[in-house]
Design a protein around this ligand. Structure first.
Ligand SMILES: [Zn+2]
Ligand SMILES: [Zn+2]
Ligand SMILES: [Zn+2]
Ligand SMILES: [Zn+2]
Ligand SMILES: [Zn+2]
Ligand SMILES: [Zn+2]
Length: 467
């Protein structure tokens, strides 16, 4: 280890230049870390390792500036999955998979046009929506789904009630859309479709104005979906999905399974149940590090069948950035300032009674270390849910955001911006998108089950897929 007592350069971590004992990196020959900082912030690294390649060179430096400088990992990661020749195949695959849904939308729109023609007695093109931001229109009052193109809207400018075609059809069948409980005291439904199929604006108590009939409107050009279908059919006319017989379980899993059954290596499959005469007792369970090029097709096969997939060893794909409470606390302090919450307070949940409490982030992260007890003797377990609160993980915690995305397997499906097979990445700028995260749930843990106040969400279901 090189001791430089004469040249007083600053320690990259603490920025002090009065440290006598420092390690200089042999790789960049530039950065140095003082002994104190290595012991404090990199307790798992030996000084020799730091000398060979410093934390900065390894991409896992925990200094304030590096914690704020993001993106490095993401860029590296991106090259792996966008620069390949699979782009065309992936695009054809997604086009082929989306086509049936486009056809369904088209059929639904055509049926609505037919109803409109019947009501008016003549063929009539729907007029463009009057909303200034019409890409954000959703069926807010009923099913909450975003609206692709045709919908019905109240012509009363003070009302502007919108409803999707699906909900219109439910109403025509006598079902109250969106699961609304709208039966009046006498048991009669107080909002129903007209005899001719027209939909009146619902009474005020359902969010409408009750003054007239809803008009058929469009967001995009009338023939837009039809054109899309024609183009998609043209491009995919020669495309064939790979034929896979999965009636007897997954052939790819079985091949790997039998070839390694004899040695002690982990299998690609994990037994999840023991049902007799069942072909699906096993879950596909690949190792993140061993995944080759063919793994994506293999994943698709299980994904299509709606099976859960467990990816092992995902942490090994990260750069080694520390998720220790004291390192995260430093990153969080900067993040809170970016969120303009100057008092550095967060809303945490006490897992014992699920009550929300306001706590300083200092206290929250220090609580990891001492877990001050509840009055009844159980440790106090706190949880920070859905953090950061807005869709801004990468502004608040850029390094952690990049590190996190680097660990998520199958980026072509999971990357929120560049996933070639992630349909949401194809939506136009300004369209309403589900909040795709990443989001963090940070909770204290306890080795044994306490029977009450557990902090880990074992199963979580959301409106859309989330990371
Ligand atoms: Zn230092
Ligand atoms: Zn270095
Ligand atoms: Zn640094
Ligand atoms: Zn709806
Ligand atoms: Zn209205
Ligand atoms: Zn398989």
């Amino acid at each position: 280890i090189q001791h430089k007592r004469l040249r007083r350069k600053r320690c990259h971590q603490c920025l002090k230049n009065d440290k006598l004992e420092v390690v200089i990196c042999c790789n960049c020959k530039k950065r140095q870390y003082c002994y104190d900082c290595i012991a404090e912030w990199y307790p798992k690294k030996k000084k020799e390792e730091v000398e060979h390649s410093c934390p900065f060179c390894c991409g896992n430096c925990h200094c304030d500036r590096c914690l704020q400088a993001g993106g490095v990992m993401t860029v590296l990661n991106l090259l792996i999955f966008t620069g390949d020749g699979n782009k065309k195949q992936n695009s054809l695959y997604i086009l082929h998979s989306a086509l049936p849904f486009l056809r369904k939308i088209q059929l639904e729109q055509q049926a609505e046009l037919d109803i409109e023609t019947r009501i008016r007695g003549t063929k009539n093109s729907p007029s463009r929506s009057a909303h200034p931001q019409d890409l954000l229109i959703a069926c807010f009052n009923n099913c909450k789904t975003s609206i692709a193109n045709f919908h019905r809207s109240c012509p009363n400018s003070h009302c502007s009630y919108d409803i999707c075609l699906d909900c219109c059809n439910e109403l025509r069948k006598g079902i109250q859309p969106g699961g609304l409980d709208v039966t009046s005291t006498s048991g009669h439904v107080s909002w129903e479709a007209n005899e001719d199929g027209g939909i009146p604006c619902p009474p005020e108590k359902f969010g409408g104005c009750g003054t007239g009939n809803l008009e058929l409107r469009r967001i995009l050009k009338e023939a837009w979906v039809k054109l899309l279908i024609e183009r998609a059919e043209y491009f995919t006319s020669n495309y064939r999905l790979p034929l896979l017989d999965c009636s007897r379980g997954c052939s790819m899993c079985r091949a790997v399974f039998s070839s390694i059954r004899d040695n002690s290596r982990f299998s690609e499959e994990r037994q999840a149940s023991c049902r007799q005469f069942s072909q699906d007792n096993f879950l596909y369970c690949p190792d993140a590090i061993d995944m080759g090029d063919a793994e994506s097709a293999h994943f698709q096969m299980h994904w299509k069948r709606g099976e859960p997939v467990i990816v092992r060893n995902a942490v090994a794909k990260a750069s080694g950035l520390s998720w220790e409470p004291k390192v995260m606390l430093r990153a969080f302090k900067t993040a809170c300032r970016k969120l303009m919450s100057n008092d550095l307070k967060v809303k945490a949940i006490d897992c014992f009674d699920w009550c929300e409490l306001e706590i300083s982030i200092d206290q929250f992260f220090k609580g990891y270390l001492d877990m001050i007890g509840h009055q009844n003797g159980l440790p106090r377990i706190l949880k920070l849910k859905d953090w950061p609160p807005s869709n801004s993980f990468e502004q608040c915690l850029p390094r952690y955001g990049a590190e996190f995305l680097a660990m998520i397997p199958f980026p072509e499906y999971t990357h929120p911006r560049y996933g070639l097979l992630n349909l949401v990445t194809k939506l136009p700028e300004g369209a309403s998108k589900p909040d795709l995260g990443p989001k963090m749930y940070i909770a204290y843990g306890h080795a044994g089950e306490l029977g009450r106040g557990e902090s880990v969400a074992k199963l979580h279901c959301d409106v859309s897929d989330a990371v």
